[in-house]
Ligand binder design. Sequence first.
Ligand SMILES: NC(=O)C1=CN([C@@H]2O[C@H](COP(=O)(O)OP(=O)(O)OC[C@H]3O[C@@H](n4cnc5c(N)ncnc54)[C@H](OP(=O)(O)O)[C@@H]3O)[C@@H](O)[C@H]2O)C=CC1
Ligand SMILES: O=C(O)[C@@H]1CCC=N1
Length: 270
Amino acid sequence: MDFSEIEKRGLVLLGCGKMGSAMLAGWLGQGLSPKAVHVVEPFPSDWLSGTGVALNGKLPEAPAVVLVAVKPQMMGEALPTLKAMGGGETLFVTVAAGTTLATYETILGAATPVVRAMPNTPAAIGRGITAICGNDSTTEAHLALAEGLLSAVGQVVRLEGEHQMDAVTAISGSGPAYVFHMIEALAAAGEALNLPAELAMSLAKATVGGAGQLAEDSDVSPAQLRVNVTSPGGTTAAALAVLMDPEAGLPPLMQRATAAAEARGKELGK
Ligand SMILES: NC(=O)C1=CN([C@@H]2O[C@H](COP(=O)(O)OP(=O)(O)OC[C@H]3O[C@@H](n4cnc5c(N)ncnc54)[C@H](OP(=O)(O)O)[C@@H]3O)[C@@H](O)[C@H]2O)C=CC1
Ligand SMILES: O=C(O)[C@@H]1CCC=N1
């Protein structure tokens, strides 16, 4: 990523909790100068204080980018403090779930370029995936700037429009939590089969991590990779008969879980 525009005009990060620090760690790791970053965060972590970024100080008048990473519930309080940066010169990029482009336009002015982005926490190790879409005031240059910034912490995909954002949030924004829960569940299942807890957790982490990497790196589909593990009449087939049950297996459960996430995204947007 060419950070020169951001290093010239500055980047304001509003809120530096779990997602803000995951992205900040990625940018600093990619060589962004900490001096270019101005963070507004009520309770800075020790990690944040040690990064060398400007913390809770005077902000640039027209930074290249404001990255909004506060909770949707805090938006009404936090965003108006940056209203003076709205209007056109500064690109606002927001990662908040649910909150619609129209809400930002109401607070910051309709002429403000706003990109909604949905990243995920593997951004902290450069393995995130972020989906983006912009409002009517965004140009190709704005989208390219947002894309460049977010591609410093993983892959970026552009959406057809904002109507896809709550579904994306349900799949990849929240998705790492489902995978972490899968690790917990697999480890707990190992303990239920009388393995020591530490061994069960090591097996579960390495299995999920290795399978995820294989699925991402391989030209073979996940369905075929699954078949490759499954010997006819063997142990995997016995487990998959339970997991792939059309009524009580993982697919209907995953659909219910992601539908609940999507519905919550829509509620947060109201
Ligand atoms: N966590 C994730 O995996 C993902 C989160 N997101 C989105 O990212 C956003 C942040 O989520 P997350 O990082 O998990 O939440 P966190 O609570 O960890 O981070 C939000 C941070 O903003 C701070 N904050 C609160 N009020 C203000 C304010 N007025 N001005 C500046 N900072 C403020 C909070 O401080 P304090 O704790 O003291 O209130 C906190 O440190 C949310 O909108 C969420 O939807 C998107 C994708 C993935
Ligand atoms: O749980 C949430 O609302 C946020 C959005 C996606 C991941 N975390």
